[in-house]
Structures are given as structure tokens and as C-alpha cells.
Ligand binder design. Structure first.
Ligand code: COA
Length: 158
């Protein structure tokens, strides 16, 4: 069973994340989209809501949506994943991702980190920008699927 984890905050999921999920899922028997429960990061959406929004926008692929806390490498061992998938949007993502991949390798050398280039049309998207634009009443239809726009607007409107 080839299993990979696509971890992240997904606060909220964007077209950039969906691009990576749709391209990574066929490469594995199962792709686990895992929402990080991070008490240090103030999230706009609860963990459960983030999971719901992800499920709402994903076509029925071989994808399981769930959440985790603690170390990603511990979680990978628990769910018997051989790989972690990360999207790279720009060179600026590289340094952080490189550091994480090296540290994760030290923690668990049996888990590979695989990087995929985010499609260029989504390379400028980030969840915090989506939240900021929604908060200020801007158009987010090019950034997140239509089905979750009302939820994002409701959570972000002041
Ligand atoms: N398309 C669009 N946006 C993307 C993207 C893509 N393909 N990939 C990342 N992003 C954006 C996200 O929207 C997010 O934007 P924001 O900061 O504006 O909210 C930002 O890039 C960060 O991405 P995200 O994937 O959510 O990463 P993260 O830094 O929140 O979490 C984890 C990364 C979950 C992998 C990491 O924190 C982790 O493993 N934590 C567990 C603890 C642990 O094991 N620590 C040791 C690690 S060495």
C-alpha cells in the first residue's frame, strides 16, 4: 500500500492545495490530507470546519481527510505513510521546506518528502491572503472553489 500525507493548515483550502492534491493522489494508493492542529497559530476555521471544507471541494479521489497534532513524522509512522507531499510555489518556499525536510528525515529516515511545483496560475495564492481579501470584501473566486466562498466570507467578514 503506497500511502502519502499532504499536511498543512488549510485555513482555508485553496485552488493551490487542490492542484497538488489532484496531481499527487494518482501517484499513491491513498493520499491523506492532514489538517495540522496547531494551538500556536490562530486559525480562522476550527479543525473540523477546515476538514469539512476540504471534503466539500474534493472530487471522490483516493483521498482521506483527517487531522493530526504533534510531530508529522510520528503521525506518518502511525498511519504507515511512506511519503509526505509538499507543494512549492516559489523559490521563497524552498528554504523553509528544505529545513523541514532535512529535520523530518533525521526524525524518521524511512519517510520521504516529495515536492511538487504548484501550477503557475496558483503560485501566488496563500490562505492568509485569501482571508485578508475576504475580510476586506474582495473577490476570492479565483482563489477558492465557489462552493466554499460563502463560508470563507462568513468567517472573515468583520
Ligand atoms: N498552494 C497554495 N498555497 C500553499 C500551497 C500550495 N500548493 N502550499 C502551501 N501554501 C500556503 C498555505 O496556504 C499557507 O498560507 P498561509 O501561511 O498564508 O496560511 C502557507 O503556504 C503555509 O503552508 P502550510 O502547508 O499550511 O504549512 P504550514 O507551515 O502551516 O504547516 C506542516 C506545515 C504542517 C507541514 C508543519 O508545520 C508540520 O509538520 N508541523 C507538525 C510539527 C512538526 O512535525 N514539526 C517539525 C517539522 S521539522
Amino acid at each position: 500500500m503506497r500511502r502519502a500525507i499532504f499536511p498543512g493548515s488549510f485555513d482555508p483550502i485553496t485552488f493551490g492545495h487542490i492542484d497538488i492534491i489532484q496531481r499527487a493522489a494518482p501517484l499513491f494508493d491513498e493520499l491523506i490530507v492532514a489538517v495540522l492542529v496547531n494551538p500556536d497559530k490562530h486559525a480562522a476555521f476550527s479543525t473540523e470546519r477546515r476538514e469539512e471544507l476540504i471534503r466539500q471541494v474534493l472530487p471522490p479521489l483516493n483521498v482521506r481527510v483527517t487531522h493530526f497534532d504533534g510531530l508529522l513524522m510520528d503521525y506518518a509512522a502511525v498511519c504507515k505513510a511512506q511519503a509526505v507531499v509538499r507543494g512549492l510555489r516559489a523559490v521563497s518556499d524552498f528554504e523553509y521546506e528544505f529545513q523541514m525536510a532535512q529535520l523530518n528525515r533525521q526524525l524518521n529516515p524511512t519517510v520521504e518528502t516529495l515536492f511538487m511545483m504548484t501550477a503557475p496560475q496558483f503560485a501566488y495564492i496563500s490562505s492568509s491572503m485569501v482571508r485578508q481579501i475576504a475580510t476586506l470584501g474582495g473577490d476570492i473566486s479565483a482563489l477558492v472553489p465557489a462552493g466554499i466562498i460563502p463560508a470563507v466570507q462568513a468567517a472573515c467578514r468583520r
